[in-house]
Design a protein around this ligand. Sequence first.
Ligand SMILES: [Zn+2]
Length: 141
Amino acid sequence: MAHSPVPTPVAPAFPTPDVNELTRPYWDGLKENRLMFQKCRCGNAWLPARRECPNCLGTEWQWTQASGKGCLISWVVYHTSYHDAFKSRLPYNVAIVELDEGPRLITNMVDANETLRGDAQVTLQVGWEGETALARFRMTD
Ligand SMILES: [Zn+2]
C-alpha cells in the first residue's frame, strides 16, 4: 500500500495591494508613517487613489499628508473568514474611518472589538504585513 506524502502546511499569504504608478505615493507614505490622500483644486479630497477627482473629474489634484486623526464611523466584526490568510485572526473587525480632512477609508481598528464605539476619535497606527505597511487606527478617547 502506497503512502501519500503528507503536505507541509503553509501559512496562506496575506493579500498584497496593487502598487502602481498611481497608488505608490499612498503605499510608500505608509512605510514612513504618513497617510496620504488626494486633494483636488476644487477642494474635494478622497481615498482610495484614482486618476480623476470624483467630484469634478479634474486631474489637477495633489497628494496631501493627512494628520492621521479621524472618527470611527462604523465597523463590522467578522466571525467567518473569506480568505485563508484571515482564519487565524478571527474574530477581526473591518471599519470605516473618516479622516479629519474628509476622505473615508476602509481599515481595521487595533482596539479590542468589544471596546469599539461609534464616533470615537481615532489616530493612525501603521501596521505591517510582511513588506506592506497598512493604515490602521486606534481610539484616542
Ligand atoms: Zn475636483
